[in-house]
Design a protein around this ligand. Sequence first.
Ligand code: NOJ
Ligand code: CA
Length: 514
Amino acid sequence: MAATWLKDTVFYEIYPQSFYDTNGDGIGDFNGIIEKLDYIKSLGCNALWINPCYDSPFKDAGYDVRDYKKVAPRYGTNNDLYRLFGEAHKRGIRVLLDLVPGHTSEEHEWFRQSQKDEKNEYTNRYIWTEFCFQGAGDLNYIGGESERSATYALNFFKCQPALNYGFLNPTEPWQLPIDHPDVLATREALKDIMRFWLSHGCDGFRVDMAASLVKHDDEKKTGTSAVWKDVRKMLDEEFPDAAMVAEWSEPPLALRAGYDMDFYLNIPGSGFASLMRDYPVYGKSDKKDNSYFKKDGDGDINRFLDQYMDWYEDTKDIGYISLITCNHDTNRARYTMEPDELKIAYSFLFTMPGVPFLYYGDEIGMRYLELKTKEGGYFRTGSRTPMQWTKGKNLGFSTGCEDSLYLPVDSAPDAPTVESEEANPDSLLNTVRKILALRHKEEDLQADAELKILCREKGKAFVFKRGNLTIAVNPSLKEVSAPVSVDGEVIYEIGKATLGSEIKLAPQTFVIVK
Ligand code: NOJ
Ligand code: CA
């Protein structure tokens, strides 16, 4: 069963490059996160996920780790990060680091050793074929770069050689089984990294490409799941309070493999994508945006519920599905949605079961910017721009000169900032604060309370229960109703609801009734 502290937890995801720069070098740092902990707390977030902050050549924004146990100097020192853990804990905030188990940077010392012609401890730490001209089957591979006469498999970009967790059913001599001693050594090395950070005060991990470890795995991910179950066993014995969230997006598999939480990701065509991003992500098209939360869309909540409810029913007793506002790989919802639409969308995300994640800047409706790629970001770069704090220089992100900034700040004259949103009681920021405060107050809005759908018919109000609370949603510009009798006290209201034997919702309404 999942770590008990997750029952009333709301995460804030920080892309450290872009959060807050305290030494004027144009890049965010650990001290910057420490300075903003009270702000994060004021939102109602009581846990952080920090994207990889380890030593790296940054060809994939830090997902190419050069040294798992040393932080990147641009963010500070290991001691600064330990201090961040301590300062967060003082405020009741937990901290997850990003664990990248499937690959390292090609500059990692393990890989340098693995590339050598002479056999050594790291020869099988990565997946190598037997000959310099040999392909790696269906895996992407690189040849011609090493002293060793062999090619190696990649896990993602060219800079990210795949660590060796074995093959479920090896068919070639170079494919090692999952219980080969060298493969088990990779697993132990992973546990060693986890122990290192957990014993320095980190509270768990977000796990990158969690399903990618064992190659030629079956549909049920038997091989990869065996690795995670083994890791879970170690955690249960040594760090029972540690929490793990998977980048997997198949909760029935991830949660059974020992994860506390699994993200429901914005995979094009998925139920989650239908909420706020019903447009092609990897390219442009004129297709009409039918996202459920678009006020002028022709949205249908069933596209989300059809997938979500199956997962929810299957997993509610074993762990949590994590809904996100966005992440560093996804276009910010503000790309297509207006703040009035986001207020309703976030109110929904933050009143669902499981453990929600708020991406930095989404609370003020930061825009997605069209930018050239930075650190392997490509289209994702537009969601990674500096946090907008004030109307001042560099929108309060950094005192450095404009050219030194990691990425440019939003130059629009009406770019939202924390300062401007705080001044407006009706802002998106204050809406986030209100709904999260209510979530912490009402146990029925937290991770565990039962979810029951009362009306999901297209064109009608979407009505559901969380425990004893009734929630009714109408993102559209039309007035709608639902054949559901709702009475009680309205404890949260955007728009206007008329209660009674048939609930009626004015355009753009979201209500919680107790
Ligand atoms: C998923 C991460 O979220 C993404 O940013 C990264 O590029 C890939 N995994 C590779 O590690
Ligand atoms: Ca800095």
